[in-house]
Write a protein that binds this ligand. Sequence first.
Ligand code: PEP
Ligand code: MN
Length: 264
Amino acid sequence: PYKRVSREFHPEDTLVKINEDVVFGANTPIIIAGPCAVESYEQLLHIAESVKASGAQMLRGGAYKPRTSPYSFQGLKEEGIRILAEVSREVGIPIVSEILSIADVEHFKNHIDMIQIGARNMQNFDLLERVADLGKPILLKRGMSATMEEFLLAAEYILNRGNPNLVLCERGIRTFETSTRNILDLNTLALIQKESHLPIIADPSHAAGRFDIVSPLAKAALAAGAHGLIIEVHNDPAKALSDGKQSLNLKTFDDFMRHKTPAL
Ligand code: PEP
Ligand code: MN
């Protein structure tokens, strides 16, 4: 059903290059870390310096937040993008941030190194095409109820538009189990590496919904061949404006980075 994303049509692994040092799909897993949402310049600067010192190669931070409730913090929006760009320059770390709407393409174009399309927008085909047209690296997250085929067909929209700079992200799917937020689908993480030449990373934070199992899920994903991880990290998770419960603090993230390679 999919062609351009398929290994059948493109047997070699695709490498997605952010800069000389950050390449998805090569031998080194790329670790992206940072807060769910950008809350202030000081907050992001503090987190960026810390996660970089711990070994993260990229910084995450949402400026536009897709929240379940309209009464929850919606992000700093344009101001958040400005803060991300400033911190990125200051600390020397590339950034990934989620776009929610075609209307915001211009803000992302000049300031964001890698544009995230979130689970809720995986099948927003207009958005996929407009973002693909920028030619920049894209991080496409799997929809929370999307099959592997639907996920790869969404990816096909982007490649079909002439942009091969795509990294996939398994971020947990909905099942009957309610004890965690989602289930990290390691089956699909492993199978996609057979089906597709695109790099795939894992998001153990949104899969778990709680910080205390993020580290084992992250290690499991690396053991299953993930080309990287995206992990939510906050300087004070109890006070975070979004997803504090699943955020590692700076010290826990640092501990994870020292011990992330499982002894197999
Ligand atoms: C996020 O990365 O903060 C996010 C909203 O992710 P997802 O789209 O996977 O829910
Ligand atoms: Mn989040």
